[in-house]
Design a protein around this ligand. Structure first.
Ligand code: CA
Length: 471
């Protein structure tokens, strides 16, 4: 791996020397993903009981996308779309992958190219810190998917305190650094922030791409006691822990932002922050107000998330962008800014958002956005101000005017049959270009109560999370 990096560094040096493309160094990218953070649980969306000063300063210095969507209402498919800039349904990545370190068939298909692949080919140094969740078997390892460096874990979530990291199950494996287990002593969110900050320090002189994927505030609900104690004003015990988990994540994001400034690269670094899906309110107390629904649904509460793009000096500060944008836009935006080549045989579904966020282009970046789960249902289509939701096979399709009714309370299907028909046609045409799911989700595989997942459940103590984690 080190020889590859030497070659890449050499390639980059030659590129700079020839001066063929850039007068100045191309921008660095920091993509920060929260996990299961609710739409309403950030200060810049009005959260009152959990301060998020560092996320708020990021939003104040950049563009807050009020209709920022992810391409799926749960973890892994969103991450697949994020990495590829393509609807994950194109290549059958429609379920969470069961944790299967020995199964080389379950993960982000190797036929797909990731944004890390594209940027590393362009001379960027690339790093993933945190949660992968795109396959645990060797062919899917992040260092085989374009990342030069990896610190974190391969599964869909993780216990937060180091004493739990001695197992072999998804949530208890030791953390790894570049394929090797490491002995870590810090609270997980703190360790990820530390590593991200050090990545920036190490690579500040190079164009870099850092993908910082926190698993906070995903279950299990675990946080340092002294941080929980700061939230004694919150009556609900689970929400006190949630608040502490969010608070530590916010603090670590602040550490990364401070490091960018200290290293002198703040003005040349685009920082993109999102949650990977809406908040799963019953699991972790996340709030998606005023949106309807939670993680796992295609109502707004499942797919509309806190979403900020910041690039000091290049993007407006404190702007609220109203039109729908998507996590699918990350890869095309980064590729365009880096001048990276997009694979011609893999159409992107996202777009380069920069001209839209600067105001250079005033039309909406997406005529439509589409969601589908389980290979069929539920599905939804965003079409201008309208959204059609087909929640299940039994109920009639629901049409909402999101500009007037962001909470999806007033169904308009009867009054606006034309929009219903148009949205349905769009969905049916879209489906023709999509694939069937390549595997079933962990829940489907665990319908047998005596499944291996349950048999290998670690000996529980009272706070042991359930084996069947909502991911
Ligand atoms: Ca998630």
């Amino acid at each position: 791996m080190s020889s590859i990096r030497t070659l890449l560094a050499l390639e980059w040096t030659l590129w700079i020397l020839t001066g063929s493309v850039w007068a100045a160094q191309p921008p660095n990218f920091v993509v920060i993903l929260a996990d299961d953070l609710g739409y309403a649980d950030v200060g810049f969306h009005g959260c009152k009981d959990i301060p998020t000063p560092h996320l708020d300063r990021l939003a104040a210095g950049g563009v807050r996308c009020a209709a920022g969507y992810v391409s799926h209402s749960f973890c892994s498919p969103t991450r697949a779309g994020l990495m590829t800039g393509r609807y994950q349904h194109r290549y059958g990545h429609e379920h969470n992958p069961p944790y299967a370190p020995d199964d080389a068939t379950i993960g982000l298909p190797p036929s797909e190219m990731t944004i890390a692949d594209m940027l590393s080919r362009r001379g960027y140094v690339t790093g993933l810190i945190g949660k992968w969740h795109l396959g645990a078997a060797p062919p899917f390892h992040p260092m085989r998917r374009g990342f030069h460096e990896f610190f974190g874990f391969l599964g869909g979530g993780h216990r937060y305190f180091p004493e739990a990291w001695t197992g072999t199950t998804e949530y208890t494996t030791p953390l790894e650094r570049n394929g090797q287990p490491v002995r870590e002593t810090e609270y997980l969110t703190t360790a990820l922030g530390r590593e991200a900050s050090q990545f920036v320090e190490r690579h500040a002189a190079r164009p870099f791409f850092l993908y910082l994927a926190f698993n906070a505030p995903h279950t299990p609900m675990e946080a340092p006691a002294d941080v929980i104690a700061r939230f004694s004003h919150i009556a609900d015990e689970k929400r006190r822990i949630y608040a502490a988990m969010v608070s530590v994540m916010d603090q670590e994001i602040g550490r990364v932002l401070d490091t960018l400034r200290r290293c002198g690269v703040e003005s040349n670094t685009l920082v993109w922050f999102m949650s990977d899906n809406g908040g799963p309110t019953p699991a972790n107390t996340a709030s998606n107000q005023p949106l309807r629904g939670t993680k796992g649904t295609v109502y707004e509460g499942g797919i509309r998330v806190p979403f900020v793009v910041s690039w000091p000096g290049r993007l407006p500060a404190g702007k609220v962008y109203p039109h729908p944008v998507s996590s699918l836009d990350v890869a095309p935006t980064l590729a365009a800014l880096a001048g990276a080549e997009w694979p011609a045989d893999r159409p992107a579904d996202g777009v380069n958002l920069i001209p839209y966020l600067t105001g250079e282009q005033s039309d909406p970046p997406h005529a439509t956005l589409i969601w589908r789960q389980n290979g069929s249902l539920p599905w939804a289509v965003r079409l201008g101000r309208y959204k059609l939701v087909q929640a299940d096979a039994q109920t009639a399709p629901e049409l909402y005017d999101l500009e007037a009714d962001v909470s999806e309370q007033n169904g308009l299907s009867a009054q606006r049959a034309d929009e219903v028909r148009r949205a349905r046609e769009i969905f049916e045409n879209w489906q023709k270009a999509m694939s069937e799911p390549r595997w079933q989700g962990p829940k489907s595989r665990r319908t047998d109560a005596r499944s291996p997942a349950r048999q290998t459940r670690p000996m529980s103590r009272s706070a042991e999370p359930r084996a069947n984690f909502p991911q």
